[in-house]
Every structure is written in structure tokens, then in C-alpha cells.
Design a protein around this ligand. Structure first.
Ligand code: SF4
Length: 157
């Protein structure tokens, strides 16, 4: 797996906890990406596991949730909420709390790069679940990290 230019040995790198094999997905289970982990290990970087949704206080498993429209930038700007897909419950504040906590960890550790789980409403990079489909934009945590200057890459296809 190709890693981005500028990544240096010893860099601190945020990685979605589910991609590291931690059982934190909304439906339970994980999305381990061994190829990514091997490439990062070879690059000699230090991995920092984060699950924004768990950091925001949500349980595992938890109901599927997404914004009814827009992407993570819209949620950050207050133009969209995050709602349970079936429950309709408003969990915007948990998503925002998790996003800011991820930013806090990145800043505290000096992480300039992150590899997050594509299409997640929190961790998506080029796409995120929204409105019953996919929106062409970042999830909430990715948008917050990008706004803080972290370079975020999809941690899987
Ligand atoms: S995609 Fe992000 S928020 Fe969802 S389980 Fe993985 S780390 Fe947590």
C-alpha cells in the first residue's frame, strides 16, 4: 500500500481504531486493515488509535446514524445534524464531542497525518454516509481534523 509523501519515521499518526482491529464499529466488530498497519509499521511511524464515536460517549454496538443531508463539514457548521437512521435520535453532540476529542489528541501528540475509515459518517475521507446514501465529502471527525491542519487519508478503499 502506498503511503503519502511527507510521512517521516517517528511521526505520530492517528488511525481509526476499527482499522486497527478494535471492536468499535457501530454494528460491533472491526474493520482490520492489516495491509495498512504493515505499511505504517514499515514506515516506522507511531500509531495512535482513535474512535471518534466512542470518544464522544456512544456505546458499541450503537444504532446506525448519519446526517440526513450534507457531510461532516455541514455538521461542524451547524447546517446538518446527525440522526439515528432508524431511531431519529439526535446524536449530533456526541459526534461533535468525539470529533473535537480526536483533534485534541492529534494536537497533544503532534500528529500531522491520519488514516481513517472511508465512508463512515465520522471517519469518512472522500465519502461519508449521508441521507441514505453517500455524500462526496468528509465525515465529522475528518472534517474537524482537516480544519485543524491534519492531513487525513482513507485507511481503506
Ligand atoms: S469508522 Fe471511526 S467512528 Fe466508526 S468505528 Fe471506526 S473509528 Fe470508530
Amino acid at each position: 500500500m502506498d503511503l503519502p509523501d511527507g510521512l517521516e519515521r517517528g511521526d505520530k499518526v492517528l488511525v481509526s481504531a476499527c482499522l486497527m482491529g478494535e471492536e468499535v464499529l457501530w454494528k460491533g466488530g472491526h474493520d482490520l486493515n492489516s495491509q495498512l498497519l504493515e505499511a505504517l509499521e514499515e514506515a516506522g511511524v507511531e500509531l495512535i488509535s482513535v474512535c471518534p464515536e466512542m470518544l464522544g460517549g456512544l456505546p458499541c454496538p450503537r444504532p446506525a446514524a448519519e446526517p440526513p443531508h450534507g457531510d461532516g463539514r455541514d455538521v461542524l457548521a451547524g447546517r446538518a445534524k446527525v440522526l439515528g437512521v432508524e431511531t431519529g435520535e439526535d446524536i449530533t453532540s456526541e459526534f461533535l464531542e468525539g470529533a473535537w476529542r480526536a483533534v485534541e489528541i492529534a494536537e497533544r501528540k503532534g500528529a500531522r497525518f491520519a488514516f481513517l475509515n472511508e465512508r463512515s459518517p465520522s471517519c469518512g475521507v472522500n465519502q461519508c454516509h449521508s441521507g441514505g446514501g453517500l455524500a462526496p465529502g468528509p465525515g465529522v471527525a475528518t472534517a474537524a481534523l482537516q480544519a485543524a491542519g491534519v492531513r487525513v487519508f482513507p485507511g481503506r478503499d
